[in-house]
Design a protein around this ligand. Sequence first.
Ligand SMILES: Cc1cc2nc3c(=O)[nH]c(=O)nc-3n(C[C@H](O)[C@H](O)[C@H](O)COP(=O)(O)O)c2cc1C
Length: 235
Amino acid sequence: MTLDTPMSTDAASTSQNIRDMRRSYGEAGLHESALHSDPIEQFSRWLAEAALNPYIVEANAMVLSTIEGDLAGNVRPASRTVLLKDIDGENLTFFTNYHSTKGRQIQVNPHVALLFPWYAMERQVAIKGVATPVSREITDEYFASRPWGSQIGAWASSQSEELASREVLEAAYQEFAAKYPEGSRVPTPPHWGGYAVRPTSIEFWQGRYSRLHDRLIFIRNPHDEASWEIGRLYP
Ligand SMILES: Cc1cc2nc3c(=O)[nH]c(=O)nc-3n(C[C@H](O)[C@H](O)[C@H](O)COP(=O)(O)O)c2cc1C
């Protein structure tokens, strides 16, 4: 980011300043010949590189977009960040509260999008797919590996519901902390668990000079679920 003047923080100045923010993207390109033929392998490779990059915090953070529909047929997208916690075969898994807004939306319409924005590497990976709850065994195994405080937090939070005050949340936390003291086995809340997203398309984006970015996309072959077609898109 290069700015000529120090950033003012009022809305009008910020708006002007973000217009002037402009980076030119680097030399490293993405060529078909360098792509792994399996997009999950290619994704794993980029994730590992992002995790090693000191300028990227939480390389496994992804923006999850879901769809909300109403009875009148209106559909509206919604996005939020979640953490990728497992790559299981060809599925990407995250954990959440099944009664949350996202959980309810997925229950009605399991089509989701995932976005990994790795700006410091001039990369993003954009995925479309279908989310399915994972088995109770997988959820329990992951839940047991979480720190005690996070386990209690999962019990205390009716995620996405209106909360009267911070004190109400902290009282709920204390209540569950007393019920399941530190060091004891905390059971998995029944409303909490994982979703496995099975990708239908995976796009790898690499920034290039003059906005001539590389975009290589894998699309699952509709006639052969096990194979992928690879294409290149205009930037
Ligand atoms: C870096 C980061 C990681 C997050 N990871 C998770 C996560 O793994 N699971 C989750 O349920 N919420 C996570 N959240 C909180 C969500 O973004 C969101 O606020 C919450 O899940 C409620 O979303 P919903 O009301 O749309 O269902 C994370 C937020 C941030 C900023």
